[in-house]
Design a protein around this ligand. Structure first.
Ligand SMILES: Nc1ncnc2c1ncn2[C@@H]1O[C@H](COP(=O)(O)OP(=O)(O)O)[C@@H](O)[C@H]1O
Ligand SMILES: CC(=O)N[C@@H](CCC(=O)OP(=O)(O)O)C(=O)O
Length: 259
């Protein structure tokens, strides 16, 4: 039997923090026909909220070093304000969204990251996705909206990178759906020249990724994002793409990932 298509989309903090861009993206997302799932980040807002409270945020390899105070902030920001704002907006657009974190339904279970070689604090790496139950929720007509907060088997909340969460959900759900994964961010795609939106690299595979990294053309948060994208395409996700949120429904736009 052929599997039904499932569109998984991830949006990051730069879009969430720009009300017009977010509203325009959510209208595009709501218009996608058929099963769909959204994963959101919000790192930029968490960093500014932490700064307001006098807490300096430290990022290493795209992961936030998350102490107990930071964990409280990121949980309130991601699972609270951002998640509920997005779900309410999608409901107003007649998209039957349901806001979730890892521990809701135990859909995503993580494990605290090893403290060697560096202690990231309360950061979780995903161990298991309860894909069958989540597929059931999607088939019942809900569009899950995941915040990047998970928990381990003891109930400890953990902060999880949103790009990784999207990758893990896409891989696990590929057992039940023909899954496509789209990372939306504020540029037109992965660029040869970060200041030139016309320099989109149309395809990235493991070989040219290694070269782009060595040449310093991809840097910062783009490196873990592409590592997640490459993992997804190598583990059963049908199509993976990075693009501007305006083009979420135009598969020929942006950067396509190849195994
Ligand atoms: N070659 C590149 N092309 C496009 N963006 C790049 C590139 N190299 C680094 N970046 C940076 O990666 C960022 C996207 O990663 P990140 O900030 O983690 O996004 P998000 O918060 O949406 O997950 C872009 O805003 C850009 O500053
Ligand atoms: C462990 C870890 O780094 N978690 C991320 C989760 C949010 C995120 O990934 O947000 P963007 O998609 O907007 O970058 C963080 O706190 O920044």
């Amino acid at each position: 039997m052929t599997k039904q298509a499932l569109h998984i989309v991830k949006i990051g903090g730069n879009i969430i923090d720009a009300p017009e861009a977010l509203a325009s993206f959510l209208a595009n997302f709501a218009a996608i026909q058929g099963p769909k799932l959204l994963v959101h980040g919000g790192g930029k807002i968490a960093t500014s909220m932490a700064a307001d409270l006098g807490i300096v945020s430290q990022m290493i390899d795209g992961r936030r070093v998350t102490d107990a105070e930071s964990l409280r902030i990121v949980t309130m920001v991601y699972a609270g304000w951002i998640n509920k704002s997005i779900v309410a907006s999608l409901q107003a657009l007649k998209c039957n969204s349901i806001g979730l974190t890892g521990p809701d339904g135990a859909f995503v279970v993580s494990k605290k990251r090893n403290s060697e070689p560096f202690d990231y604090g309360f950061v979780g790496d995903i161990e298991h996705v309860k894909a069958k139950d989540l597929a059931g929720l999607i088939t019942a007509g809900f569009s899950p909206v995941f915040a990047p907060i998970t928990a381990d088997v003891t109930g400890q909340l953990l902060n999880t990178n949103a790009d990784t969460m999207a990758q893990a959900l896409a891989i696990a759900l590929s057992e039940y759906f023909e899954t496509t994964l789209t990372y939306c961010f504020e540029k037109q795609g992965v660029l040869m020249d970060p200041n030139d939106d016309n320099s989109v690299i149309s395809q990235i595979n493991p070989a040219n990724f290694a070269q782009l990294k060595a040449d310093g053309i991809v840097s910062a948060g783009m490196i873990p994002k592409l590592e997640n994208a490459l993992k997804a395409i190598s583990k059963g996700v049908q199509a993976v793409r990075l693009c501007h949120p305006d083009f979420v429904s135009q598969p020929d736009k942006g950067t396509r990932i190849q195994a």
